[in-house]
Design a protein around this ligand. Sequence first.
Ligand code: ATP
Ligand code: MG
Length: 424
Amino acid sequence: MNILILGSGGRESAFAWKVAQSPKCEKLFIAPGNAGTKQYGTNVNIKVTDFEGIKALVLSEGINLVLVGPEEPLVKGVHDFFLADEQLKNIPVVGPQQEGAQLEGSKDFSKQFMEKHNIPTAAYKTFTKDTLQDGLTYLATAGLPVVLKADGLAAGKGVLICLTLEEAQTELTAMLADAKFGEASSRVVVEQFLTGIELSVFVMTDGNSYKILPEAKDYKRIGEGDTGLNTGGMGSISPVPFADVAYMKKVEERVIIPTVEGLKKDGIPYKGFIFIGLMNSNGEPWVIEYNCRMGDPETESVMRRIDSDFVDLLLGVAEGNLNEKEIIISPKTAATVVMVAGGYPGEYLKNKVITGTENVRDSIVFHAGTSMDGDDIITTGGRVLAITTVQDDMFSALQQATADASRIYYDGMYFRKDIGFDLL
Ligand SMILES: Nc1ncnc2c1ncn2[C@@H]1O[C@H](COP(=O)(O)OP(=O)(O)OP(=O)(O)O)[C@@H](O)[C@H]1O
Ligand SMILES: [Mg+2]
């Protein structure tokens, strides 16, 4: 088969690495890809939202399957575009149609969905510009801290945790009346604050049956000890010790099954990944959010723990026979350390030459924000590389990933040396 992966980050590098190993994969294309994905296939410089460009590529290269990495093309309807096109409609896309992608594209939609299907989640109310006064009154009765979420996609910046009533009321007004996050905050979900430890659970579904992929924990803050500004993700670890068999059974029964069944009951077709962001509060799972795609940098760790043929699983999703497929998961521990550009997540350095990747001993260097400049590999994004290792135990994995990251150099290079150490 000829396979096309859409995206250009560490997640897509890990997908490409895994897909390229499959005996079922003949030619692999990545659009647009990065300096690292060239090792696994052919990069094609087309944007993930350029649907006409994607169509031309799919037809000229005889693509048989499209795997969508990021949420943006899904929320914008890339899968629907394929289904509506005479020449593309029989080419399977892994990633939900627009309606299913609303699980991520609209916080209000996902809260209503959870409420309707009795999936445990924080209590909430949704407000618009017209109901701002009600919102301000509601805040006065809600406990603190309180969480405000822009309804639409806001590049990971649309969630505010407010510690005082004054702050919450100011922010709600800014979001609704002054369009702080543009159209994304024309609706705002106000929800109860949950305490506990977060966990990312990943499900693959063909719309009928599902497979649970390895779970992971990610690290969002820039600083060690989980301090400082939020980032796209500084590292990940899989498995997560507290997500044992008993815990995952609760997750499956209370969250995964009602989610897949709920989509079916609501008549929402869904072929792709469901990323369930959970809060573990005293051993009980609560859903914080859904995403309609895999996580980054979780995918890097997750792909390294799947020992079976990933393309066969993708085919199961595409063809609707996922229940006949087998997933083999390694009992080993995968750890990922993300190397970022100096200054990130603020204004950051760019075009710095990366050296030393050949000195890495027992990790895979997944590229994220990189490009080629002649023969040099240079940094172009905030998150530059994801260093992923697999070892027999967690301690060795954490040590190895960190040691290998320190073998790589570029001006302004930074990574956290404490990824996963809170779980030991
Ligand atoms: N109800 C809550 N209680 C406590 N913390 C919360 C709550 N909701 C969100 N958070 C925190 O805010 C973060 C972002 O929230 P959420 O995942 O809903 O937003 P997002 O912008 O969709 O994130 P992502 O970019 O990861 O998809 C969560 O990972 C969690 O740390
Ligand atoms: Mg999200």
